[in-house]
Design a protein around this ligand. Structure first.
Ligand code: PAF
Length: 287
């Protein structure tokens, strides 16, 4: 069945209030649209936990720097709504920027240390935009559970910190990366890639596999694990923002002299004008 599509935040809140009053558990999947199987896996993960599933589609200007791809970010609302219909979404919320940020808007939510490295270094202000919009969506929807992809690994950690620190009554559901058969992590930005560039993009997952193989062989030195990944990524891409192996909770290098039992390898790299990210957890998964 096609989902109901709502554009007005007041109408969204009313629909979610009514569902809760009727005893329904409301679940939330925040997205920026250009939906793919990765997003649909988030909806599926909420299936057993919720009765009404809300998927939001909003290309959030607050999380894009002036040099980012806000204008060209794919906007495919009709296709997205059709996909939602077959994926068990009950309600799609697709607001305009003016509805989310009316004149006079001046309040932000900011998480501190865990936003600083990696993406924080290359996209200053990005997470402030993410945490602010996710806060607003939580307030409008009032979900008991919300699902996020761990492809945006640092985002997942930042949002988890926010929910914990601000005692938000939301169960955070982290979902594994969905990959194409050849290893490419699904991303809305993959549609920018030409066939040649798509082949080059496989350097990222090859790098992660190399780090995983080294970890499986017993290597526990974060710098050497990152170097193994870097060796595969560097020849495939035009520019690397980072290839790092860090502690999965703090996203900092493990303390010197310790032997980590868990790490996460994170990559951000540019192919032409497209910026791609990918990651792999080493050791026990923490979501
Ligand atoms: O991961 C995304 O698509 C976005 O950062 C999110 C969580 C929908 C906030 O705009």
């Amino acid at each position: 069945m096609p989902p109901r599509v709502i554009h007005d935040p007041v109408a969204l809140r009313a629909a979610c209030d009514a569902a809760r009053a009727a005893g329904q558990r409301v679940g939330l999947v925040p997205t920026m649209g250009a939906l793919h199987q990765g997003h649909l896996s988030l909806v599926a993960a909420l299936g057993p936990l919720t009765d009404l599933r809300v998927l939001t589609i909003f290309v959030n200007p607050l999380q894009f720097a002036p040099t980012d791809d806000l204008e060209r970010y794919p906007r495919t609302l009709d296709d997205d709504v059709a996909l939602c219909g077959s994926a068990g979404v009950d309600l799609v919320f697709a607001p305009s920027p003016a509805a989310m940020y009316p004149p006079g808007f001046q309040t932000h939510v900011e998480v501190e240390a865990v936003t600083q490295p990696l993406e924080g270094e290359f996209r200053p202000g990005h997470f402030r935009g993410v945490t602010t919009v996710v806060n607003k969506l939580f307030n409008l929807v009032g979900p008991c559970a919300a699902a996020f992809g761990t492809k945006d690994y640092q985002q997942w950690r930042v949002l988890g910190r926010m929910v914990q620190d601000l005692s938000m009554p939301v169960e955070m559901v982290g979902c594994p990366i969905v990959r194409e058969a050849d290893g490419l992590a699904l991303s809305s930005r993959n549609r920018y890639l030409s066939p040649t560039d798509r082949a080059r993009a496989l350097g990222l997952s090859r790098g992660l596999r190399a780090a995983e193989a080294l970890w499986a062989a017993g290597e526990r030195d974060a710098a050497r694990l990152a170097a193994a990944a870097h060796e595969h990524v560097a020849p495939s891409v035009d520019r690397i923002d980072y290839v790092s192996a860090v502690d999965p909770d703090t996203l900092q290098a493990p303390p010197a002299g310790t032997t980590p039992t868990r790490l996460v390898v994170l990559i951000a790299a540019h192919i032409g004008t497209t910026r791609l990210i990918d990651n792999a957890e080493l050791g026990a998964s923490s979501h």
